[in-house]
Design a protein around this ligand. Structure first.
Ligand SMILES: *[C@@H]1O[C@H](CO)[C@@H](O)[C@H](O)[C@H]1NC(C)=O
Ligand SMILES: *[C@@H]1O[C@H](CO)[C@@H](O)[C@H](O)[C@H]1NC(C)=O
Ligand SMILES: *[C@@H]1O[C@H](CO)[C@@H](O)[C@H](O)[C@H]1NC(C)=O
Ligand SMILES: *[C@@H]1O[C@H](CO)[C@@H](O)[C@H](O)[C@H]1NC(C)=O
Length: 258
């Protein structure tokens, strides 16, 4: 048994087969969990934790909020989560306690630049920030159509913006002096009538895991066949690369779930 374990470990930590560099996690219910995402301390990469509960996956955000994962694309390293809904008969998002979605910026997840965010029940403060609060904003079309946003009609302002600025890399913020509800759509075609819009979603991407840092060659002994080499373009930084100047170990990870 122990020999088998050793064999597996040396196989995992070998550069010769980087596509098998470590264990992916078992499926969550019927959903595959591609590497590096991790549902347990024994599999995946521990910087990429997600929750698996009763066959459904969730992404944890700060302040104890958690969002269902509706899809995962391991090839593009992207996840779509289901944003919070609006509390019935109010124009206040159900995640107001965490002030909306706030990802831990020390983790490798960030919000991609193809989400259209609608902000509802906003104060006039929003007129000073880079969002579209004009009467032609798609947000107005949305609140006139969506049953869940009935209470948002006739509020002072309804605005929209597209993610992608560094300010929104980790958060979609709502708070009493700004806006109190939001909705998000991935890759929204603004020419479509609201009735044809997709289900709400927020797209998040993950950065590929990096090779371990090293100072001396011995630091790379656990990653067999790798060598401690300078990181191109980063003065003074070295990592355990599998091939001199070769592609990052991380670039192989995307192929692991195939
Ligand atoms: C809109 O937000 C304000 C806080 O800014 C809140 O007091 C009010 O109840 C909200 N309106 C609705 C309809 O929920
Ligand atoms: C979220 O948590 C942080 C750290 O625990 C805390 O400083 C902050 O006030 C919390 N924010 C909200 C809206 O609860
Ligand atoms: C606001 O959005 C509408 C609809 O997409 C667009 O026609 C208008 O030019 C935008 N206004 C501003 C100030 O960005
Ligand atoms: C989000 O992460 C990706 C992948 O690591 C990176 O290329 C991108 O610059 C990040 N975006 C922001 C706004 O930080």
């Amino acid at each position: 048994m122990f020999t088998l374990l050793l064999l597996i470990v040396s196989f995992i930590l070998s550069c010769t087969n980087p596509t098998m560099a470590t264990f992916p996690c078992p499926p969550c219910g019927r959903n595959p969990v591609p590497y590096p995402l991790s549902t347990a301390p024994t599999c995946g990469h521990q910087s990429y934790k997600i929750q698996c509960s009763a066959g459904s996956m969730y992404l944890d955000a700060l302040n104890a909020s958690s969002y269902p994962i509706t899809s995962i694309n391991p090839k593009t390293q992207r996840i779509i989560i289901q944003p919070a809904s609006i509390t019935p008969n109010t124009c206040i998002a159900t995640d107001i306690c965490s002030e909306g979605i706030k990802l831990d910026s020390s983790l490798p997840f960030n919000i991609t630049s193809i989400n259209t965010i609608l902000l509802m029940n906003c104060s006039s403060f929003m007129l000073d920030v880079q969002v579209n609060c004009s009467s032609t904003s798609v947000c107005n079309a949305y609140i006139s159509y969506a049953k869940s946003a009935v209470a948002c009609r006739n509020r002072i302002l309804c605005c929209d913006f597209t993610t992608g600025r560094s300010k929104n890399a980790f958060r979609i913020q709502i708070r009493p002096d700004r806006c109190m509800a939001y909705q998000s759509f991935v890759n929204l075609d603004l020419t479509l009538p609201v009735a044809k819009w997709p289900e709400p979603g927020l797209e998040i991407e993950w950065a590929l895991p990096q090779e371990p840092d090293c100072i001396l060659p011995v630091d790379c002994r656990d990653l067999k066949g790798s060598r401690c080499l300078p990181v191109p373009g980063r003065v003074g930084q070295q990592r355990c690369f599998c091939r001199p100047g070769g592609p990052a170990l991380g670039s192989y990870y995307g192929t692991m779930s195939k």
